[in-house]
Design a protein. Structure first.
Length: 106
């Protein structure tokens, strides 16, 4: 199990135990984290699962693939550590990961 902390736009914190191999988006939806809409269900086709990776975690999480990068163009208020959470696979090295949910989705 890997711990992930989601910080909602209103500052609310959601600490979640996530299964490795699942995605950061799936765990947000499963735990009713507000602000993650995930309209396409994780197909990298909607940009409504946008999160800001905490800068301290950005290197470990890594850069988006080109397809994700293209979709991020449709996200609201994209920042340097923006990622689509359906494209972040939970794994041991992400234990303790912190992501913030933007004020709104696309
Ligand atoms: Fe649609 Fe992530 S859920 S792009």
């Amino acid at each position: 199990m890997t711990k992930i902390t989601y910080i909602a736009a209103d500052g609310g914190r959601f600490e979640v135990e996530a299964d490795n191999g699942s995605t950061v988006m799936e765990n947000a939806v499963r735990n009713a984290v507000p602000g993650i809409e995930a309209e396409c269900g994780g197909a990298c086709a909607c940009a409504t699962c946008h999160v800001y990776v905490d800068p301290e975690w950005a290197d470990k999480v890594g850069e988006p693939e080109p397809m994700e990068e293209d979709m991020l163009d449709f996200a609201f208020d994209v920042q340097p550590t923006s990622r689509l959470s359906c494209q972040i696979i939970v794994r041991d090295e992400l234990d303790g990961l912190v992501v913030r949910v933007p004020e709104r989705q696309a």
